[in-house]
Each structure stands twice: as structure tokens, then as C-alpha cells.
Design a protein around this ligand. Structure first.
Ligand code: FAD
Length: 292
């Protein structure tokens, strides 16, 4: 039997007060799908779990200029949102591939990125959608771009007493099409060997802007900036996309990880293959939306 206190604040203020009061003895729990697995596996628990699950004010998806997603929004809510599916398609792709329906019903987007596993399925999509992460703590509110949020494997800029409250995606991203590929060994319930997300803005057949995000490739999710720079202003041709895939897979963008789930050479081949495919899918999606 592993012992811990389980506290259920009614609002964010109370949650912040409890986190401050218990300091290093406390940890936040949202859906609990990472926290409880860790407790079970390590047979160790924090003295106090502060459950934010009841803070329903942090459960929403809306668009008012920018897209706003509350930290407690579940993967299932993202998967079932037409707005997410049509306008933030990469995030739909990522959220709808997390675990099983049972997991997606309780697991939250906030928990996914705060846990900061290299395999987090919403991290790549959020990178290519230019997401900004909002946090609140004893010193007030602050925000950082998602590109600065992850500091290492299972590490983020989030301070112990802070709660992630919202993920915001700039309204301009509605002009981009996006797509995410989760590469794993079998379809159901598997963490990715690699995640590849791409968003593109098209001006006729020319790629006027592009973002490429890679997850599990390196210790933190990364943008393949060199490959993006290469693609900007080029036509959506096989030659340009293949070269972008090659650059994204090279050390110009990141040094690929060797791990039990996949060796670096294999990851490079997947990147070369799927960067072009995801760019084409993203372009198709934005062109379909425009023609409606
Ligand atoms: C069977 C199974 C399959 C899974 N499959 C996948 C998969 O395919 N892809 C994938 O990406 N993940 C997968 N996961 C991992 C997990 O479901 C996700 O990472 C999920 O999104 C975590 O959300 P949660 O709300 O359950 O987080 P929790 O477990 O509650 O919390 C995770 C971490 O984030 C912190 N935290 C949570 N919310 C906040 C907040 N608002 N502010 C500050 N800190 C916070 C917690 O303190 C903890 O450190 C799987 C898990 C299981 C059990």
C-alpha cells in the first residue's frame, strides 16, 4: 500500500495555495494517467497529491481571435472538436492517437506537455502551431512559447508551485494546414518511435511559410528550422520536399537518439519519408478548407 494525501481544491486559487503550503511535498495530478503509472512503477508517491481535476474552468476549446485550449481539456475533447479537426488538424491527429478511448477520456493536454515525455503526442503538433503556454503561480501569471517550454526529458520551465492554465494558438494559424504522423510499431496503445508534425501556408503552389516539428527524435521536441528555411518560397514539388526531409533528418537539425524503440539511422529514414508526406497532407487540408 502506497500512502499519500489526496486533496481536491475547488478553484485555482485554492490549488495554488495548497501547492505553496505543501511545497516540495506536493505534486499536481490532473487526469492521473502518467502520475498514477509512475507511483505504481516506482512504489513511491509524493506526500500530497493536489488534484486539479475538478477545476472545470480549465476545460475548454474556443476561438476568439486566437485559439484557446484549457489545460484540463482531455484528448477526447480535442478529438471530438470540429474546430480542432478542421483548423488545427495536427493537434487532432496527435490527440486522437493517445492511448485508448478510456485513456483519452481522462488524460489532459496539460498533463501531456507538463509530463514532457519525449513521446508526448501533442508536443509536435503544438510546436508547428506556434502554441504559447500560460502558467499561474505565487508570483503571478506568465507565458512562454512552446519552443521554450521543454528543457529536457521530463523537464520543463514550469516551477513546482505553478499550474499550467492554458495553451493558446495564434489566430493566424488558421491560414496553415497541418498534419502529424505518429510512427509506432503497432496501431493500438503504443508510444511513438517518432512523431513528425508539419504545418504549411500556401500561396498558390508556393510554400510561403512552414513549420516542422520532430518528437522522440531528440531529448526534447524540436523544430527542424534548417529544413523549414530551405522550403520557404519553394514550390510543393517532390524534389523540394525530399531535400527538406533529408535536411530535417540530418545533424543540421538535431542529433537523432538511439534508443530501444528505434535506432538513429531508422529514425532518419522515417523523417526523410514522412516530412514530405505530412507537408503534402497539410497542403491538401488547407486547400480543401479554402475550396469549401
Ligand atoms: C495506457 C496508457 C497509454 C498512453 N498512451 C499515450 C500515447 O499514446 N501518447 C501520449 O502522448 N501519451 C500516452 N500516455 C501518457 C498519458 O496518458 C498522457 O501523457 C496524458 O496526456 C497525461 O495527462 P494527465 O492529465 O493524465 O496527466 P497527469 O498524469 O495527471 O500528470 C502528468 C504530469 O503533469 C503534471 N501536470 C498535469 N497537469 C498539470 C497542470 N495543469 N499544471 C502543472 N502540472 C500539471 C503532473 O504533476 C505530472 O507531473 C499513455 C498513458 C497510459 C496509462
Amino acid at each position: 500500500m502506497i500512502d499519500y494525501d489526496y486533496l481536491r481544491p475547488d478553484n485555482l486559487e485554492e490549488a495554488l495555495r495548497l501547492l505553496k503550503e505543501y511545497g516540495p511535498k506536493a505534486a499536481i495530478i490532473a487526469g492521473g494517467t502518467d502520475v498514477m503509472v509512475k507511483i505504481r512503477n516506482t512504489r513511491k508517491a509524493p506526500e500530497v497529491l493536489v488534484s486539479i481535476r475538478g477545476l472545470n474552468d480549465l476545460r475548454y476549446i474556443d476561438k476568439a481571435g486566437d485559439y484557446r485550449i484549457g489545460a484540463l481539456t482531455t484528448h477526447r475533447m480535442l478529438e471530438e472538436s470540429d474546430l480542432v479537426k478542421t483548423e488545427l488538424s495536427a493537434l487532432y491527429d496527435g490527440a486522437s492517437k493517445v492511448g485508448s478511448v478510456q485513456v483519452r477520456n481522462v488524460a489532459t493536454i496539460g498533463g501531456n506537455i507538463c509530463n514532457a515525455a519525449p513521446s508526448a503526442d501533442t508536443a509536435g503538433p503544438l510546436l508547428v502551431l506556434d502554441a504559447v503556454v500560460f502558467m499561474e503561480g505565487p508570483d503571478g501569471k506568465r507565458s512562454v512559447p512552446i519552443t521554450e517550454f521543454f528543457t529536457g526529458t521530463y523537464r520543463t520551465v514550469l516551477k513546482r508551485e505553478e499550474v499550467l492554465t492554458e495553451i493558446r494558438i495564434p489566430g493566424e494559424m488558421e491560414e496553415f494546414g497541418s498534419a502529424y504522423w505518429k510512427h509506432s510499431r503497432r496501431k493500438a496503445m503504443n508510444l511513438p518511435i517518432l512523431g513528425i508534425a508539419v504545418s504549411v501556408k500556401m500561396d498558390d503552389q508556393i510554400i510561403s511559410d512552414v513549420r516542422i516539428g520532430l518528437t522522440v527524435a531528440a531529448p526534447t521536441p524540436v523544430r527542424a528550422y534548417k529544413a523549414e528555411d530551405f522550403l520557404k518560397g519553394r514550390p510543393l514539388s517532390d524534389e523540394a520536399l525530399s531535400e527538406a526531409g533529408r535536411i530535417a533528418a540530418s545533424t543540421e537539425c538535431c542529433s537523432l537518439r538511439d534508443s530501444l524503440r528505434g535506432e538513429a539511422w531508422y529514425r532518419a529514414e522515417i523523417i526523410e519519408t514522412y516530412v514530405p508526406r505530412m507537408a503534402r497532407l497539410a497542403a491538401e487540408r488547407i486547400s480543401k478548407r479554402r475550396s469549401k
